[in-house]
Ligand binder design. Structure first.
Ligand code: PEP
Ligand code: MN
Length: 337
């Protein structure tokens, strides 16, 4: 439920109404705009009567939010949310490129790639330390050691880091070191993980599960936000369809749909969507053209020998060329990188 207050509603009236609503065991999220204040009501609002609310002279309008996601809903928060990843703003006019290898493999590897992607304009370093792989025989990541190496690369370059967390028990190890938690597609509905991340105040890059609807995706964001952490970035990374030519099918329509349904920033991962290096560039360009706030791209110093996802990793040269094209697209739609 959304309660729109009349222009110029005094603060003591906002507080009085908030307290009254809270008696119904409903939490109130005030959104103070330049002109009006909106109260976003979250929880079981069945005991609250629209007509009774309208009796308050400062109430302009009361609207029911039909969708099950409330905190993530744009109706509750008409302005875009800007998530701050240690100084890098995601969701602003400036587009953010997160780049790096699929997996951290060694100190020279992650440090060299970090310096190179930074030189080309990436603002955030990605790299997996815990790798959820389809086969138990595939490389599982360097785990805690990988996290240490990412921190070394962060120290050397000053780039914030985003890395995947697969287990709520690892939060203690990640907190204060990782600038943004990545929740992978396979864990999008790991609700215990989402609930624990909701208790932190570190941003979360939430990837869409490959068989999940946008509503399910936004409900997962809601899990994190309901815990108190509203720093969520949505990431479309391709879904499973009948097409086998690509690893997944990039759902480009998810970008405008998510931007319409939610105020959260949306980024696209063209690497996992395509699964093929030469398709990353056109998909990245289309994501920016469709309104994405950023990209997460896999780049490797030696894709042929990468321990994971080499087939979809860009070389430095290819990444540099892609960044050039992305700048041109960004300029054409009034944004920059
Ligand atoms: C990754 O980013 O390396 C990854 C495993 O992504 P996803 O969860 O989207 O498959
Ligand atoms: Mn990968």
């Amino acid at each position: 439920m959304i309660v729109v207050l009349k222009k110029g509603c005094p603060q003591d009236e906002v507080s009085r109404l908030t307290h009254w609503i809270e008696h119904f065991h409903v939490s109130v999220n005030p959104i103070v705009g330049a002109e009006t204040t909106i109260l976003g009501l979250v929880g079981d609002t069945s005991a609250l009567d629209k007509d009774t609310l309208m009796l308050n002279t400062w109430v302009e309008r009361v609207m029911k939010v039909q969708e099950p996601f409330k905190l993530a809903n744009r109706q509750m928060h008409p302005e875009n949310t800007v998530v701050d990843i240690n100084g890098v703003k995601v969701g602003d006019n400036k587009l953010v490129v997160m780049a790096g290898p699929c997996s951290v493999e060694s100190e020279p590897q992650i440090c060299e790639i970090a310096a190179e992607v930074q030189r080309q304009g990436a603002a955030i370093l990605r790299g997996g330390a815990w790798k959820p792989r389809s086969s138990p025989y595939s490389f599982q990541g360097m785990k805690a050691q990988g996290l240490d190496l990412l921190c070394i690369a962060k120290e050397k370059t000053g780039m914030p880091i985003v890395t995947e967390i697969t287990n709520p028990a690892h939060i203690e190890l990640f907190e204060g070191r990782v600038d943004c938690y990545q929740v992978g597609a396979r864990n999008m509905q790991n609700f215990e993980l989402l609930k624990e991340l909701g208790k932190t105040d570190t941003p979360v890059l939430l990837k869409r599960g490959f068989a999940n609807t946008l509503e399910e995706f936004l409900m997962s964001a809601e899990y994190i936000m309901a815990g108190g952490n509203e720093q969520v970035i949505l990431c479309e990374r391709g879904i499973r369809t009948y097409e086998t030519y690509t690893r997944n099918t990039l759902d480009i329509s998810a970008v405008p749909a998510l931007k319409r349904l939610s105020h959260l920033p949306v980024v696209v991962d063209p690497s996992h969507a395509a699964g093929i290096y030469w398709m990353v560039e056109p998909l990245a360009m289309s994501a920016i053209a469709a309104g994405a706030d950023g990209l997460i791209i896999e780049v490797h110093n030696d894709p042929a020998h990468a321990l994971s996802d080499g087939a979809q990793s860009l070389t430095y040269e290819h990444f540099a060329r892609t960044m050039g094209k992305l700048r041109a697209i960004a300029g054409a739609i009034g944004r920059d990188i």
